[in-house]
Structures are given as structure tokens and as C-alpha cells.
Design a binder for this molecule. Structure first.
Ligand code: SF4
Ligand code: SF4
Length: 359
């Protein structure tokens, strides 16, 4: 019975897609038996697409609403489903592993024995999925980079979705939690840390409300959010989010641990896998050839030219602006990069764009 439920769970998680969908390999079953009880796996298998109240799921399972609501509440606390409100009704949705369930496990930044075990099991699963399927194929990007606002050259056309500051202005509430990628690495091996700040993983609007409700992070003011961005930019971290104009989260990523950038680096042309729609341009008069930008670039996209001015490989450049924020003489500005698709407006438009890219 339990075996059948977990096999069905593999199909459920395969259908949910994402960066690491369900795959019928031993590492999947080792992991999900640690994450989900049998009854949580059964409820997960019964959850329809989108968000539904507990009563709808209960009816489908032939159980009482109270019984299923209690299980769903525990699952939301464990980060196995998402909860929110439609009017006055609590509704529940089933996220993929990534972005979703895997990240929720480490946002609190705790270091229990269970956390350490889960971190290893998740790491094993991701490694085996990558080994079985090989490098990801280029399709419509699931994530994007948002360039550092203040590095964009005056006169460029800048949309609200190009600007992190506009998200801070327009969304309520805002929250911050621990970077799950750096924290997961540390749980597996306490020496595996790059020294970049951990408390910089940000959520917006309904994403923030879920994180606050489930005590996975804390509510922050707009001033604190700006301070977090500043600290991240100084540390050379890259702003990454969903590849749509409405966002739920903003990760401040390092290329050594973060799944979004590591996945991009593994592709033949990372500059097309995640991109902000901007590229660096140099003021050759100002540049002193100090090479700080080359050292800071997380994608190894820069080399020094014979003319002693850095040059960019656009196949590798993701348009993050980290080179520009580190330049001591402000010789770099970010200019519009043509040919990068505009982020889809919402989740529906995003799914259509992914489908079209695979046709
Ligand atoms: S950091 Fe600035 S000054 Fe130094 S090489 Fe890069 S562009 Fe030139
Ligand atoms: S050159 Fe490197 S640091 Fe600069 S925008 Fe491109 S990827 Fe970012």
C-alpha cells in the first residue's frame, strides 16, 4: 500500500515539472519517505492543479474536510504544500520540488539532525537526476536575472519588471529568510561556505505572506529590503527570480552554491539561460584596467583585451551588473541587450511560452 502511494507520488511530482521533477530512481523514494508520511503523500496525489480548499480535496478522497484540513495544515508547515486565502477561504496548492518544496525545507536556517539528513537526500536526488538526464536543453528560461537598478545607463528604456526597487515599492508584505542553497550546502558539509551573506533570500506579496504565516522567514520593512539589496550587491550576489513580470521571490545568488546559477552555468550558453535583458558597456577613458570586474564576474564572462579594456563574452554574460557595482571608477554601465524575450506577464503566459519553446 505505502509503496503504491509513493509510486503514485513520483508520477504526481513528474507532472508538476520544475527544475527537478519526479523521477523513478531509488534516490526519489529514499527522499520522499523522509519528506512525506504515507497519508501526506496520498493527499498530495489527490491535490488538483492550482489552489483548492480542503473540502474539495477531501470530497475527492472520500474523507472529511476536518481530517484533510488538519493534514494540509501540517504539510504547509513542513513546506510540502502552499497555503493562501481566496477571500475568506483557505486554499492549498501543490508546488514542484524546485522552485518549491526543496527550498521551503531550508528557509528557516535551522540545523537539526533531520535538516542534515534531508539536505543530503535532496543533494543525492538532484545529483542523480542531473546524471540521468544530462545537461538541460535550451528552452524558454524558467528563471531570470534582474540587473542592479543603479547601474542601468540613463536613457535606456526601463520597465518596472527591470527594476528590483519597483518590486519593493509595489508589493506588500515583504519577507526575508535564509538562502536555502548556501544553507543546504553547509548542512551537508559545514566547511562548504563561500562567506556570502545567508539572510538575503527575499519574498514578495503572496510568497511573503506564506513564508511569514509558516514562520519560514520574517516580515521586513521596505527600508530593510533596500538594505538587504545593498548588502547583496556589495557581496557580488546576483538578483534572480521567476521569469515572469509578477514575482513571488527574489534570490540573491552566488554562482558556487545557487541552483539557478549553477544550472545556467551547466548549459552551453548560460547568457541565454537566465538573462536580465542588459549587458555591460565600458567607458574606455575611465577604465584603469584594475581587473576588479573580471574577478567579480560570477560567470567568467570577462577577459582583458589587448587594448587593456575588459571585453565580454555574451554567450556567458547574464546581465547581472555585478561587474558594474564593483568598478572603483564607475567605468561600466548596463545597456539594453536586444534579442532577450520580455518576461511573460504572469504564470499562465509563462506556461504558454515554455510550451511554445518545446514545440
Ligand atoms: S573594474 Fe572598472 S576600472 Fe577595473 S578593469 Fe573593470 S572597468 Fe576597468
Ligand atoms: S560581465 Fe559578468 S558581472 Fe558583468 S553583467 Fe555580465 S555576467 Fe554579470
Amino acid at each position: 500500500m505505502a509503496e503504491e502511494v509513493y509510486r503514485a507520488l513520483c508520477k504526481t511530482m513528474a507532472k508538476r515539472g520544475g527544475m527537478f521533477p519526479g523521477m523513478d530512481i531509488p534516490e526519489f523514494y529514499e527522499l520522499v519517505q523522509e519528506l512525506f508520511t504515507t497519508e501526506e503523500a496520498e493527499v498530495t496525489n489527490a491535490m488538483p492543479r492550482g489552489f483548492s480548499p480542503a473540502g474539495v480535496i477531501a470530497e475527492d478522497m472520500g474523507k472529511t474536510e476536518e481530517e484533510i484540513a488538519a493534514i494540509l495544515e501540517k504539510m504547509a508547515d513542513k513546506g510540502l504544500c502552499i497555503s493562501g486565502k481566496k477571500g475568506e477561504t483557505i486554499v492549498y496548492g501543490g508546488p514542484p520540488f524546485v522552485p518549491g518544496i526543496f527550498e521551503f525545507q531550508f528557509l528557516r536556517g535551522t540545523e537539526t539532525e533531520k535538516d542534515k539528513k534531508l539536505a543530503k537526500l535532496i543533494g543525492n536526488y538532484k545529483a542523480e537526476v542531473n546524471a540521468v538526464r544530462g545537461p538541460s536543453k535550451e528552452s524558454f528560461p524558467t528563471m531570470r536575472v534582474i540587473t542592479v537598478d543603479r547601474t542601468i545607463k540613463a536613457g535606456n528604456q526601463i520597465h518596472t519588471y527591470d527594476q528590483v526597487a519597483s518590486y519593493i515599492d509595489n508589493y506588500e508584505p515583504l519577507s526575508v529568510s535564509t538562502c536555502y542553497c548556501r544553507h543546504q550546502a553547509k548542512l551537508v558539509d559545514e566547511k562548504d561556505h563561500c562567506g556570502k551573506p545567508d539572510d538575503v533570500c527575499m519574498q514578495f506579496g503572496r510568497g511573503a505572506q506564506f513564508v511569514i504565516d509558516r514562520k519560514m522567514g520574517r516580515k521586513i520593512t521596505k527600508e530593510e529590503a533596500i538594505e538587504i539589496l545593498k548588502r547583496s550587491e556589495e557581496a557580488g550576489l546576483v538578483h534572480c527570480s521567476d521569469n515572469r513580470q509578477e514575482i513571488d521571490f527574489l534570490c540573491n545568488c552566488c554562482s558556487c552554491h545557487c541552483v539557478i546559477l549553477k544550472n545556467a552555468i551547466a548549459q552551453p550558453r548560460p547568457g541565454l539561460a537566465v538573462n536580465s535583458g542588459f549587458q555591460p558597456a565600458w567607458d574606455t577613458e575611465l577604465c584603469t584596467a584594475c581587473e576588479t570586474c573580471i574577478e567579480r564576474c560570477p560567470m567568467d564572462a570577462l577577459t582583458m583585451s589587448e587594448d587593456e579594456v575588459p571585453e565580454v563574452n555574451l554567450d556567458r554574460c547574464i546581465g547581472c551588473g555585478v561587474c558594474a557595482t564593483g568598478c572603483p571608477v564607475e567605468a561600466i554601465v548596463m545597456e539594453e541587450r536586444h534579442g532577450i524575450p520580455v518576461p511573460p506577464v504572469d504564470q499562465k503566459a509563462f506556461k504558454e511560452a515554455v510550451k511554445a519553446s518545446m514545440a
